[in-house]
Design a protein around this ligand. Structure first.
Ligand SMILES: Nc1ncnc2c1ncn2[C@@H]1O[C@H](COP(=O)(O)OP(=O)(O)OP(=O)(O)O)[C@@H](O)[C@H]1O
Ligand SMILES: [Mg+2]
Length: 105
């Protein structure tokens, strides 16, 4: 199941996304939370802390700037860019895919 949380500014998207992710993970459902917001603060709402959130944002910025290579697969993305947060939520800060190739996961 994939869940996307969207809405107008300040309407509670980040809070809602974090509650959904942690609630699913607490039930034993493997859960990956991806923050692709231009103002990425899902890590704070998930409870991974400021330092780790900032580190993941820096990784995304490095990928966007071309200083870090894109992951070639979902498995590689999870391995290289994601961390384990509270309740076992796997978490990464990612970019939107501007021009996906056919078959892009
Ligand atoms: N259900 C709720 N009831 C009351 N306050 C809430 C609720 N959900 C979120 N808030 C509060 O509303 C504010 C905005 O929430 P949040 O940051 O989750 O919104 P957002 O849509 O992600 O904002 P942004 O567009 O800036 O990313 C925060 O102070 C948050 O604590
Ligand atoms: Mg938000």
């Amino acid at each position: 199941m994939k869940v996307a949380v969207v809405g107008k500014g300040g309407s509670g998207k980040t809070t809602t996304a974090a509650v959904i992710a942690r609630t699913l993970a607490r039930q034993g459902i493997p859960t990956l939370a991806l923050d692709c917001d231009t103002n990425p603060n899902l890590g704070l709402s998930l409870g991974v802390g400021e330092e780790r959130t900032e580190r993941l944002i820096a990784v995304r910025d490095a990928v966007d700037e071309g200083d870090e290579e894109h992951a070639g697969s979902t498995a590689e993305l999870l391995d290289r860019f994601a961390i384990d947060g509270p309740d076992g939520v796997r978490f990464a800060v990612v970019s939107a895919i501007d021009n996906p190739e056919p078959g892009c996961p």
